[in-house]
Design a protein around this ligand. Structure first.
Ligand code: GLN
Length: 482
């Protein structure tokens, strides 16, 4: 029976002859079939993956040097373009659309010999926190099928949680990797804005969007990040400097300076069990000799409103390209052009996307632009400045990933505001452009997993991943296993 731990062990197993890439792919195809009820995948590329696995096995056995992700079975969110494969952002408006090119991230995965097993379900255009806003239907949390896996990258999270692949990619505009990782009990990492090219990532809010990584351990996250990050001629927002070398050691003896937001820990919306576990972790870190200090982040309650004003504004511009003329589905009408657009967009977009496009168009409209959009930009600048100041004195910020446990299916159906407010701890890193990671450490008394979130200074992913690894190894609750 095929068993996966991490890339390094898997590569040893391939070389010792214990496993082949083909066995791995056959295993995951079976796993995906058995877990069909979870609805994590939109498309599975069975035949081509089997062929690619055989090719890789042949190549390796012939003595050729192997790629860094040789035979690693990876799933990608349905917002990441893979040439000649369907990509729809889980939206009816893109039904039947196939990508004409590879996103930079996918190209880099393929160049290092990864096997892309399929595309995963998500909230439409990555807008949501539950994976319920999808034209493919809901995804179920594998730990408790009455609960959501989180969103918007719910399918990618469950694909790793239920062991349907080794690693997956999601996108994180406001927590869509870290929040589902928290709900599913796995690692979810959002790099700094500008670390991974957004070329070929379907845009939601371009100044926030970033590809993120799901895995079960930090070494796999680091290895994948090292491959897909870095300069790209197709995305000028990517940092020009070569990314730091990653070598995440199991034993780290460093002492860190860690800040936590005391008003986040004392926030009325925080679930008591999450508060208790986070407070306990803070005490243990202090006992271990780390310098851990509570600070007030006085802009905390502005974070969610600023995020929703700016992202909906950017979305209303980005999504204007879906007009029925150039991409995907078209509603044929006998009438004039405006009626044609109206019919196509009314039918093609789901409820949540429409809500956000209306809000975004409103905050950008003449007469309201300064009151909402400009004001929100000003507050974003303040948030960035405050963040820069914090990192003059600290290596990391620690807060919960999400203030609540995984929602029950249908809980947010008529209450989108509760969902938006629960983004309070995740959208901060996107506003500030800093990297963040959710580390699965805890369980609620009813068995649902949850994590803790740490963030580091912009482009300091190495510190973040080293600290995350230390937390995972040293502070994971003893009975934690998903
Ligand atoms: N919950 C956030 C939202 O609905 C997550 C978005 C994201 O990161 N793609 O906007």
């Amino acid at each position: 029976m095929f068993d996966y731990t991490n890339i390094e062990d898997y590569h040893h197993q391939l070389f010792s002859g214990e496993y082949t890439c083909l066995q791995a792919v056959v295993h995951y195809i079976q796993q995906i079939r058995d877990a069909k009820n979870l609805n994590a995948f939109v498309h599975v590329y069975e035949v081509e993956c089997l062929t690619r696995a055989e090719e890789l096995d042949r190549k390796r056995k012939g003595g050729a040097p192997i790629g860094k992700l040789h035979g690693v079975v990876i799933a990608i969110k349905d917002v990441i373009c893979y040439k000649d494969h369907p990509v729809t952002a889980a939206s009816a408006i893109l039904e039947g659309f196939h990508s004409l090119y590879n996103s930079t991230a996918v190209q880099k995965l393929l160049d290092e010999e990864a096997i892309i097993i399929g595309s995963t379900n998500c909230d439409e255009f990555a807008m949501g926190s539950t994976n319920e806003n999808s034209s493919y239907g809901v995804v179920l949390n594998a730990v408790d099928n009455t609960r959501v896996p989180g969103g918007s990258s719910g399918g990618s999270a469950v694909a790793v949680q239920a062991r349907l692949c080794m690693i997956s990619l999601g996108s994180d505009t406001g927590g869509s990797v870290r929040q589902p990782a928290d709900f599913c009990g796995i690692v979810g990492f959002k790099p700094s804005y500008g670390s991974i090219s957004r070329h070929g990532l379907i845009a939601y809010a371009s100044s926030f969007d970033q590809i993120g990584i799901f895995a079960n351990n930090i070494q796999d996250v680091a290895a994948t990040f090292a491959v897909i990050s870095g300069q790209d001629e197709y995305d000028s927002t990517v940092r020009r400097q070569t990314p730091q070398q990653m070598n995440i050691k199991d034993v780290v003896t460093k002492k860190y300076r860690i800040a936590y937001f005391s008003n986040a820990i004392d926030h009325a919306s925080l679930d008591p069990e999450i508060k208790e576990a986070t407070t306990q972790l803070i005490s243990e870190l202090k006992e271990e000799g780390h310098y851990v200090k509570g600070i007030e982040f006085d802009l905390l309650d502005y974070i969610v409103p600023v995020y929703y004003v700016l992202t909906t504004a950017e979305a209303s511009s980005n999504l204007s390209r879906y007009d029925g003329v150039r991409f995907g589905k078209r509603e044929v009408t006998e009438q004039d052009l405006t009626k044609f657009y109206t019919a196509t967009r009314s039918k093609g977009f789901g409820k949540e996307v429409k809500r956000r496009l209306l809000l975004g168009t409103f905050v950008l409209s003449a007469g309201y632009h300064d009151a909402y959009f400009t004001k929100a930009q000003q507050v974003r600048t303040l948030i960035c400045q405050k963040t820069e100041n914090i990192f003059k004195d600290f290596d990391a910020i620690l807060i919960p990933t999400v203030p609540v446990k995984a929602f029950k299916l249908g809980d947010l159906e008529n209450d989108p505001i509760t969902g938006y407010l629960a983004d309070i701890y995740t959208v901060y890193a996107n506003l500030a452009g800093i990297p963040g990671i959710s580390v699965p450490l805890f369980k609620h008394r009813d068995g649902l997993p949850f994590g803790v979130q740490i963030m580091s200074n912009k482009y300091n992913e190495l510190t973040l991943l080293e600290l995350a690894n230390e937390l995972l190894i040293t502070y994971r609750q003893p009975h934690f296993n998903v």
